[in-house]
Design a protein around this ligand. Structure first.
Ligand SMILES: [Zn+2]
Length: 164
């Protein structure tokens, strides 16, 4: 009797429009969007219509739309791609409120690292910055606001020690 009721309840749940949530595993379209890797169709949209050619083996796109492309080969091409990636990274971080290190900060951190026998870890520890933070200062890449103000305070204190 009880099992019959349970079965009826499950059947009812399964036939509801929202059935599946927590009852049966369901394909989640948001987690696994149908990509051209799974469909095997290029799908590149060039002039409004998605391309229906088969994708190159193991690739998302057909050969005509870059499915066989392996990226830049010439030194100029590689440099150009690197520049574009770097420019995009910098612009995206600045848009998030990150700040470029000043030349004085770069010079001071470089000097500190030299004084610490070139040790990246020791430099990071001395500045209370992450290793990535130190790398970003030295490369002139944007810093998180907290990293930037940390450096500012450290430089201010160092300057005060030099000229009392
Ligand atoms: Zn195509």
């Amino acid at each position: 009797m009880a099992s019959e009721m349970l079965r009826a309840l499950v059947a009812e749940l399964l036939h509801r429009p929202d059935a599946g949530e927590g009852v049966l595993p369901e394909h989640n379209a948001l987690k696994e969007p149908a990509s051209s890797l799974t469909t095997g169709i290029c799908g590149a949209v060039i002039s409004g219509e998605p391309c229906r050619s088969p994708a190159a083996p193991g690739r998302a796109l057909c050969p005509r739309h870059g499915g066989n492309a392996t990226g830049p080969r010439t030194p100029e091409g590689k440099r150009s791609l690197g520049d574009a990636v770097r420019r995009h990274y910098v612009e995206a971080r600045l848009a998030q409120g990150w700040l470029l290190p000043t030349e004085a900060q770069r010079v001071a951190v470089r000097a500190l690292k030299q004084r610490l026998n070139g040790s990246h870890n020791a430099t990071a520890a001395a500045l209370k910055l992450s290793r990535h933070g130190v790398r970003r200062v030295l490369a002139g890449l944007p810093l998180r606001p907290d990293e930037s103000s940390l450096l500012e305070r450290w430089l201010g204190a160092a300057g005060a020690r030099r000229n009392p």
